[in-house]
Ligand binder design. Structure first.
Ligand code: PHE
Length: 347
């Protein structure tokens, strides 16, 4: 191997071990730089006679071309290695499972209320919402509760430390019945002068509060009020509407309905509505599902309507209890504990 071949393979070896582009450029300088070995050889040509210069020059240029080719090959190899390293670092494993976000769902009581709303909406009932902090007049007086009625007592009703315009303590509504009054009064005002007045058909679901807490009572619970007022609405209509609701809600025809005489100040006559399934896990047991009755003339008057002209019924039921019956839940407190192990079963 002559001296130029040696120079080429020495350059080749130096380039091949250069680990980075910067070190490769340093190695290049040692051969092709201003005082590099190839440059020195070329400078030395000047001392040679013309013919020898020509031959030697050609040899050196050939060696220089091989060194430049080796340099270029190493540059490309390093660039390629860098690209591969970068690709590896940025690699995305599309087979990894995604990070899961918990998916929320509706609370069983919300589901139940939506279900009640949909069924009554299909029977032409409007859905109304109203305040949870009520005046004494709306919660009691308008509903024909006598002054000394036990429902007004501190043992049953939560009061708020604020007074209304009549100087009476505001209350956390103990039932949704004030919504009968609010809705009917707005309807009566809106329809003043119309003859006949369009019927009132509304349900009002929402939160209600009583001083009570055990396996079947919660200080916060839900009710859904129903009201149907027209020219000639009777218990027969109530029985039909309520039975149809039960049929749709529980998805069965296999049940009996009974009206059991009861008392509410705002209805006369009044009845508890009981249902009994003829089959299934609850078969044969009478279950109380709603209070109801023909709206008392005093209450119709408080709607701003003439009880001689407007008659109908109201009912109030508990979505919490309906949800418990539908899903087979035996403790009301589970509904409001917020335990995800319980709640997730409904999603
Ligand atoms: N408001 C009554 C209660 O809380 C239920 C009810 C509503 C009864 C409408 C009759 C008519 O128990």
């Amino acid at each position: 191997m002559n001296e130029l071949d040696q120079l080429v393979s020495s350059a080749q070896a130096d380039f091949d071990v250069a680990p980075t582009p910067a070190e490769l450029e340093n190695a290049k300088a040692r051969y092709l730089g201003k005082s590099g070995r190839v440059t020195e050889l070329l400078k030395a040509l000047g001392a040679l006679p013309f013919e020898a210069k020509k031959a030697r020059g050609a040899e050196i240029n050939q060696a220089k071309a091989r060194i430049e080719a080796a340099l270029q090959a190493r540059r490309e190899a390093l660039a390629e290695a860098e690209l591969q390293a970068q690709l590896r670092a940025e690699a995305l494993d599309v087979t990894l499972p995604g990070r899961q976000r918990g998916i929320g769902g509706l609370h069983p009581v919300s589901r139940t209320i939506e279900r009640i709303e949909a069924i009554f909406a299909s029977m032409g009932f409007d859905v109304a919402e109203g305040p949870e902090i009520e005046t004494d007049w709306m919660s009691f007086t308008a509903l024909n509760n006598p002054e000394n009625h036990p429902a007004r007592s501190m043992q049953d009703t939560f009061y708020v430390d604020l007074k209304d315009e009549q100087g009476r303590w505001l209350n956390l509504r103990p039932h949704t019945s004030p919504m009968q009054v609010r809705y009917a009064r707005a309807h009566a005002a809106r329809c003043a002068g119309m003859d006949p007045m369009p019927e009132i058909r509304v349900i009002a679901p929402g939160r209600t509060y009583r001083v009570d807490s055990d396996a079947t009572h919660s200080p916060m619970f839900h009710q859904c009020e129903g009201l149907w007022i027209g020219q000639n609405i009777s218990f027969k209509d109530l029985k039909f509407v309520f039975s149809d609701f039960v049929r749709q809600f529980f998805e069965t025809d296999d049940f009996d309905v009974r009206f059991r005489p009861s008392f509410f100040p705002f209805t006369e006559p009044s009845a508890e509505i009981d249902i009994a399934f003829r089959s299934g896990p609850l078969a044969g047991r009478w279950l109380e599902v709603a209070g109801s009755g023909q709206v008392h003339p005093n209450v119709v008057r408080n709607y701003g309507l003439d009880p001689e002209q407007h008659i109908g019924f109201a009912f109030g039921m508990g979505p919490d209890r309906l949800a418990m019956l539908r899903y087979g839940i035996d403790d009301l407190r589970l509904m409001f504990d917020g335990d995800l192990r319980f709640l997730q079963q409904f999603n």
